[in-house]
Design a protein around this ligand. Structure first.
Ligand code: SF4
Ligand code: SF4
Length: 173
């Protein structure tokens, strides 16, 4: 199983293939999660992360398994809600955006219509996860989210659960 960098919305256009972890690195990484200390977060439901902004294009990339799960849930072919993408391995689809608002087609006012099945990249937001040279997995927040610095304190359990979620998703892709 390979765990790629998981980018926050501001940078979802890229995937760094040379960041894949080797087996030993993964084992070490699970023991050496690095995450921001004393970091508070509360989603303010501003929906900024669910669409394009003036300074960046939001690309909600999906794994094949995520798209298939969504297709079953919605009883719709994948082509109705996502486009195929290349060069973003392991992600192979990107969720369609509304042409008039630049927002994700699953966004209804302030709610995500597929919230229980939303893609990994949405679940990770506003955090990026990448592997460092010494094999640690490192989380960092994006600056664009105004919920960072507010609300409850996030501790190791929060980041550990995200890491485990990524492991599960990438092992089933
Ligand atoms: S940008 Fe941050 S505060 Fe706004 S909806 Fe997304 S997670 Fe919530
Ligand atoms: S899938 Fe849901 S959480 Fe993700 S960008 Fe679309 S509306 Fe937002």
């Amino acid at each position: 199983m390979a765990i790629p960098v998981i980018y926050p919305a501001a940078q979802f256009t890229a995937y760094v293939s040379d960041s894949l972890m080797a087996k030993n690195e993964k084992q070490r990484a699970s023991k050496t999660l690095r995450y921001p200390r004393n970091l508070h977060f509360q989603c303010l439901r501003c929906t900024l992360c669910c669409g394009n902004t003036e300074s960046r294009v939001r690309r909600v990339l999906m794994l094949k398994t995520e798209a298939e799960r969504m297709s079953t849930f919605l009883s719709k072919p994948i082509s109705e809600f996502a486009d195929a993408v290349q060069g973003c391995d392991p992600y192979v689809y990107v969720v369609k955006m509304r042409t008039d608002t630049g927002k994700c087609i699953f966004l209804m006012e302030k709610d995500c219509l597929i919230y229980p099945l939303r893609p990994l990249v949405c679940r990770f937001y506003p955090f990026e996860m990448k592997t460092t040279e010494n094999g640690s997995c490192e989380f960092s927040p994006t600056k664009e989210c105004s919920g960072v610095g507010r609300g409850k304190l996030l501790g190791k359990e929060f980041f550990e659960s995200l890491f485990q979620l990524a492991k599960r998703e990438f092992s089933s892709k």
